[in-house]
Design a protein around this ligand. Structure first.
Ligand code: HEM
Length: 432
């Protein structure tokens, strides 16, 4: 079965030739990234007729690779480091200072174990059930024009806070959720969006740091994720600074709210491909397949970077020590060598091409236990799978222009017109 998206779905997916060649390379790439967004590296690969791109981006020598084999190389070589890959100035508003994302070796393994312990099966079920229940209750009341992302984010934050053990007064839901969205939206952006992200980060850090300190004073043996992180010690047995513990608590809350973008993807897919609603509700397409295909096709994380610390070789190209090795996430998820008709939204494609640790990398690749792969992948999939049925049952049409692939990440807004209350959602089992 093929569910073809009309050509306008990803409206700027055409291969546009750069008109900025007069700029010096490093600057032309910045301008090109802003102009071509997620397609930038693919367009450059085609123009240079090469699979590996070695170039400069601002003051960095970078090598960009894509595809399942390249993802394996990116994750499995020992000769790279995350701690020196990206400056705090760039990633600070998104991840905070001193996050697990930027640790290496045993320090990373020790902190990551904490995340993996916290994000077990019970947590996955609690968050997904909480999110789906809140979303269905609230969606049943939606009428007329609704900003889907703005309405979904507070519900996801509520579900996340309830699980993490963070008190969230009802009146604070929207502004706190907006801050979470802004921290993500500012990544890699300049001027206004980045300034907004910094303010959101400062407010959120202050809020959660106070809660970490309170947990240390009042609940030193508590079992909520907040309390577990609050008493976490590093590999030398030293308590994390309260601010760092807060950063890691936020690294649970913020990405759950960020799933709002993928809910936007679910709604758009159901809106654009007429047969999908019925196929989801009848079980012909499973909720889990929908979740996977939305993660594959939705333009979200564009690429990942790590610092090469010894000379490496990939695909006959030497990558000198000091280079930034970049994995083109979008390019890997749309690599035609792995995914047939990669631009087509086809949730049944995984029946033909099974997912491996490296061919589908919207949340990183390799092992979530030994490497940097996202420990929240099961939560993300479970939320999306739990929402597939309710979304299919929502009598809504998307308003405004189709999703583009230029802005990174897409505008955190999606207006839908809800024509009546939700049809009763059939029980759609999020089976694998
Ligand atoms: C919108 C859905 C999500 C996307 C697209 C996403 C994407 C990613 C990506 C690309 C990475 C980096 C992988 C790498 O560096 O190799 C990552 C890491 C991480 N994610 Fe997610 N994620 C999502 C949801 C979640 C959720 C729900 C949680 C927790 C509740 C979470 C927590 C983390 C943490 C703690 C890391 C750092 C892992 C490490 O460095 O070892 N993410 N995520």
């Amino acid at each position: 079965m093929f569910n073809r998206l009309p050509p306008g779905h990803l409206r700027d997916m055409s291969d546009r030739i750069s008109t900025l060649t007069a700029l010096p390379g490093a600057l032309a790439h910045v301008a090109g990234l802003r102009r071509d967004g997620y397609l930038f590296w693919e367009n450059l690969r085609r123009r240079r007729d090469t699979s590996v791109i070695s170039t400069r981006l601002l003051h960095e020598e970078i090598t960009v690779v894509r595809g399942a084999d390249a993802a394996e190389f990116f994750y499995e070589t020992d000769a790279t480091r995350r701690s020196s890959a990206l400056p705090t100035g760039l990633v600070g508003p998104l991840f905070g200072e001193g996050p697990v994302h930027m640790l290496d070796g045993s320090a990373h393994a020790h902190r990551k174990q904490m995340f993996n312990d916290i994000l077990g099966a019970a947590a996955v079920a609690e968050v997904a059930d909480g999110a789906a229940r809140r979303w269905s209750e609230e969606a049943a009341r939606w009428r007329g024009e609704v900003d889907l992302v703005a309405r979904t984010a507070p519900l996801l934050l509520e579900a996340a806070c309830s699980w993490v053990g963070v008190q969230l007064p009802y009146d604070d839901r929207e502004r706190r959720a907006r801050d979470m969205l802004d921290m993500v939206d500012g990544f890699g952006a300049f001027t206004v969006r980045q300034a907004r992200a910094r303010r959101a980060r400062r407010r959120t850090d202050a809020w959660i740091t106070a809660l970490v300190e309170e947990a240390r004073r009042s609940h030193p043996g508590g079992q909520t994720p907040l309390e577990v992180i609050a008493r976490h010690t590093d590999e030398d047995g030293v308590l994390l600074p309260a601010h760092t513990a807060a950063v890691e608590v936020i690294n649970l809350l913020r990405p759950i709210v960020a799933v709002s973008w993928l809910v936007d993807g679910l709604v758009r897919a159901v809106d654009t491909v007429p047969a999908l609603r019925a196929e989801i509700l009848s079980g012909e397409v499973t909720a889990f397949e929908m979740a996977q295909e939305v993660r594959r096709t939705y333009p979200f994380v564009p690429f990942l970077a790590t610092r090469v610390v010894e000379d490496l070789r990939w695909d006959d190209v030497t990558i000198p020590a000091g280079t930034l090795l970049v994995l083109d996430v979008w390019g890997t998820n749309h690599d035609p060598r792995t995914w047939r008709d990669p631009e087509v939204f086809d949730p049944t494609r995984f029946r033909i091409t099974p997912v491996t640790p490296y061919n589908l990398v919207p949340q990183g690749g390799g092992s979530r236990y030994e490497g940097h792969r996202c420990p929240g992948e099961d939560v993300t999939l479970a939320i999306l799978a739990a929402l597939a049925g309710p979304v299919a049952a929502l009598p809504a049409t998307v308003l405004g222009p189709p999703l583009g692939v230029r802005r990174m990440p897409p505008q955190p807004a999606c207006r839908v017109q809800v024509t009546a209350g939700t049809a009763p959602a059939r029980d759609v089992t999020p089976d694998r």
